[in-house]
Design a protein around this ligand. Structure first.
Ligand code: ATP
Ligand code: MG
Length: 444
């Protein structure tokens, strides 16, 4: 038998929590109770193996706010809201925000069991599909290349898995070096076209005439290569820097897409490069092409908006380089961590890779600082700071997470050694690891 579904019960009234929990436990569910939305959020995440039943009226964060947060993290999570008797506006609001259903006080236990059953089977289906997709995707390897656990990264992984399965054309946009090309590879690798052709054309690299020929032909008898649109038939055609296509070629591309009908035989993944701050793909593409492409869209977040990921990426990448060069990875001080977090990163992940490599080489020589590397990347030598300030809490948390992560790694998951080195009681260490999503099993 499959493992019992979990049911998280969120209610500030103890009697209520207990009676719901007892009733559902009798029906074979694995229940857990929370006395506040804040507590529940510590446990409930995108892959929660169960469903949620929550009261609406609670002190502190109320049920609707909780629901919004949960929907933001995983819009498929079934959440059943408890409303006061006859409180129609509340029930309507809950449904509008994305509740699975609502339960009116006082409960009818049969209706509760019935709802729990429906919600659980919906949940089981979603989770099974996800697991299956992850398993099927020979793309595991490429997905593992994507470093980062910030909410935007988690969302990106889900998007890749979802869009990888879909049939429509895709538009990927974002600043330079944010990982657009990597994501285009991942989309192909995790989808049903994985075994088929993957053809990548850089539209900025060729002159109009050569580009037109490369994309659409016609080819001369002595040409050994098919036009890209033919070559990619049945697979994926990636058009990098699609905004560099002239108006004429954009129109030609559109008509080829229209001829293909739906579902398209060849999936087109268009990548547009947003160099100028504030520009969107909408500004740089013909509107008709934009609308045709933008139904499925992935916008890559700039590195400076990825918070703690900056430190995760930096430490992982410098470890990789350290291994390559046969030396120790540099330790990042609190001050350096703050500088990494505050740097504007105009070259995004690519720039970070570059800095990590130079930091490793530098530490091997025993000279230089990360700050000087960051400075030398900016000719004008302005103070290396983003204009978007971040709250102090965010720096402190990102740094704390990095310290625990690094220390766990060095001690290969030995909790005792980490407690000792960081002078933390076990309970505090456990709580912090849970808060930052760090798992001991990852370090053993
Ligand atoms: N999340 C990530 N984790 C690890 N490496 C990443 C991540 N995102 C990007 N990279 C790496 O960063 C480098 C730049 O990524 P990529 O070439 O995909 O960016 P891009 O957006 O296509 O850049 P450009 O606009 O210049 O074409 C690559 O080496 C890629 O493997
Ligand atoms: Mg690219």
């Amino acid at each position: 038998m499959a493992q019992a579904m979990k049911i998280a019960i969120v209610d500030d009234e103890q009697d209520m929590r207990q009676s719901i929990s007892q009733w559902l436990a009798l029906s074979g569910y694995d229940t857990e109770t929370f006395s506040s939305a804040e507590d529940a959020l510590k446990v409930l995440g995108p892959d929660y193996p169960g469903i949620v039943i929550s009261d609406i009226k609670m002190p502190g964060m109320d049920g609707i706010q909780l629901l919004k947060k949960l929907m933001g993290a995983d819009s498929t999570l079934p959440v059943i809201m408890i409303t006061g008797h006859g409180d129609v506006p509340m029930a309507v609001e809950a449904m509008r925000v994305g509740a699975f259903d609502f339960l009116e006080k006082p409960f009818n236990p049969d209706r509760m069991s019935e709802l729990a059953k429906r919600a659980s089977s919906a949940r089981r289906l979603t989770l099974d599909n996800r697991a299956l997709r992850r398993e099927l995707s020979g793309g595991t390897q490429i997905m593992n290349k994507l470093i980062g656990a910030s909410p935007v990264m988690e969302r990106l992984r889900e998007d890749i898995l979802d869009l990888g399965q879909a049939d429509g054309h895709v538009l990927i946009d974002g600043e330079t070096g944010t990982g657009k090309t990597l994501v285009a590879h991942a989309l192909h690798a995790v989808g049903s076209r994985a075994g088929k052709k993957f053809v990548l054309v850089s539209c900025a690299a060729l002159e109009e005439e050569a580009l037109s020929k490369r994309l659409f032909g016609p080819m001369l008898p002595e040409d050994t290569q098919l036009p890209a649109i033919e070559e990619a038939r049945g697979g994926t055609l990636v058009l990098e820097d699609v905004e560099a296509l002239s108006d004429t070629l954009q129109a030609r591309l559109l008509s080829v897409m229209n001829e293909q009908g739906t579902p398209a035989e060849t999936r087109i993944v268009a990548i547009s490069n947003l160099q100028e701050a504030g520009k969107t793909s909408e500004d740089v593409l013909r509107p008709d092409l934009f609308y045709r492409l933008a139904a499925l869209r992935i916008t890559m977040p700039p590195l400076r908006q990825r918070g703690e990921d900056i430190l995760t990426l930096f430490t992982r990448l410098s470890e990789q380089f350290a291994e390559e060069y046969g030396c120790e990875a540099p330790q990042v001080s609190a001050q350096e961590a703050a500088q990494l977090l505050q740097a504007p990163w105009p070259g995004n992940v690519r720039q970070l890779i570059n800095i990590a490599e130079r930091a490793v080489l530098q530490s091997r020589r025993g000279s230089g600082t990360i700050a000087s590397l960051l400075m030398s990347d900016h000719e004008e030598m302005q103070p290396v700071m983003t204009t978007e300030g971040k709250p102090l809490k965010e720096y402190v948390e990102a740094f704390e997470r990095m310290l625990i992560d690094n220390t766990m790694r060095r001690h290969k998951g030995s909790i005792a050694s980490v407690m000792d080195e960081l002078c933390l009681p076990r309970r505090t260490l456990n709580e912090k690891m849970a808060k930052y999503g760090l798992q001991r099993s990852d370090y053993l």
